[in-house]
Write a protein that binds this ligand. Structure first.
Ligand code: NAD
Length: 309
């Protein structure tokens, strides 16, 4: 069944989703460079507004809009004023499943990069420095991996880490599925026990008032001085100043961060440490994840306009 309506795409998204929307009968305006003031002015002309992470769908945009649906081609909804949208009965959707393999693979890559100092080995080699003796690493096999937040991404990491013969410890405020626990042998515990017992800790919780600075000086003090921390979730969950102090004082072996309290990161002391690896929020930045997210969002929009969901 064809549908009618106008769709404004405000950020660059994979072409596959745009093609699906057009095939279903929708008129799509693709404006990946649209500026905030232009969006406010244009918002009343569209039934659907689609964004990725660049565009902020503020209360001002929502107040000016006639949209029935606001869609985020990605996981979180941090850049959409969901309360303001709900007050106007605008449906807000996202594609939480689409990036879970991509983020899990990045987290595994960052763990190996930390354990073997791969970025430092590469950059010193390129400078002509053969620093083999300084690069005594550690194996992942047999080590304890603490997964904080055992949702879509946390479970994918668990399965990948199991294949690397790591032992899994999990903490979540929501019950972790029994099938997953029996499949992977994960030991489910409280946060402090996880922190005290893990050799690697990877975080996969959403950004909420409860998770803000969940990793603070007290929590770092509980971790093993040989432990590595990986954060590919949201920057707000780590108190970056406390992490800097813990790393500088060798109370933690290293950290890999894909996300920051402010992006791009302004905490130059932290990102400049030799035992910190930084990537520019690339967790979902794979062709496969972007294509899947744009197809999932297009499908949801079409089904909503048909009244099926
Ligand atoms: P999800 O909703 O499937 O899983 C999150 C889990 O965290 C849930 O099981 C939830 O119960 C748990 N949780 C919530 N609050 C908690 C708390 N206070 N303590 C312990 N557990 C808690 O989400 P997901 O798809 O696995 O995504 C996880 C995170 O990854 C999100 O923050 C998301 O924004 C982020 N993410 C980052 C990138 C990136 O580019 N780096 C890409 C995608 C997702």
């Amino acid at each position: 069944m064809q549908v009618s309506g106008r769709v404004l795409v405000c950020d660059s998204i994979d072409q596959a989703g745009i093609d699906s929307l057009k095939r279903a009968g929708l008129v799509v305006d693709y404006k990946p460079e649209i500026k905030p003031a232009e969006l406010v002015a244009a918002a009343r002309d569209y039934d659907v507004i689609i964004v990725r992470s660049r565009t902020k769908v503020t209360k001002e945009v929502i107040d000016a809009s006639s949209a029935k649906i606001i869609a985020r081609v990605g996981v979180g909804l941090d850049n959409v004023d969901v309360k303001a949208a709900e007050a106007k009965k605008i449906r807000v959707i996202n594609a939480p499943e689409a990036a879970s393999i991509a983020v899990a693979e990045l987290a595994i890559g960052l763990m190996i990069a930390l354990a073997r100092s791969i970025p430092r080995a590469d950059s010193e080699n390129k400078k002509g420095n053969w620093i083999k003796k300084d690069l005594m690493g550690t194996q992942l096999s047999g080590k304890y991996l603490g997964i904080v937040g055992v949702g879509n991404i946390g479970r994918n990491i668990g399965r990948m880490a199991k294949a690397l013969r790591m032992n899994l410890i999990g903490y979540d405020t929501y019950p972790i599925s029994r099938e997953f626990v029996s499949e992977t042998g994960m030991v489910v515990t409280d946060l402090n026990t996880l922190l005290e017992s893990s050799d690697f800790i990877t975080c996969h919780v959403p950004s909420t008032p409860e998770t803000k600075h969940m990793f603070n000086a007290d929590r770092f003090a509980r971790m093993k001085p040989t432990a590595y921390l990986v954060n590919t979730s949201r920057g707000e969950i780590i108190d970056e100043n406390a992490l800097y102090e813990a790393l500088k004082a060798n109370r933690l072996a290293g950290a890999a961060l894909d996300v920051f309290e402010v992006e791009p990161p302004t905490n130059k002391l932290l990102v400049g440490l030799q035992n910190v690896i930084c990537t520019p929020h690339i967790g979902a930045q794979t062709r496969e994840a972007q294509e899947l997210a744009s197809i999932v969002i297009a499908e949801k929009v079409i089904q909503m306009l048909r009244g099926v969901i």
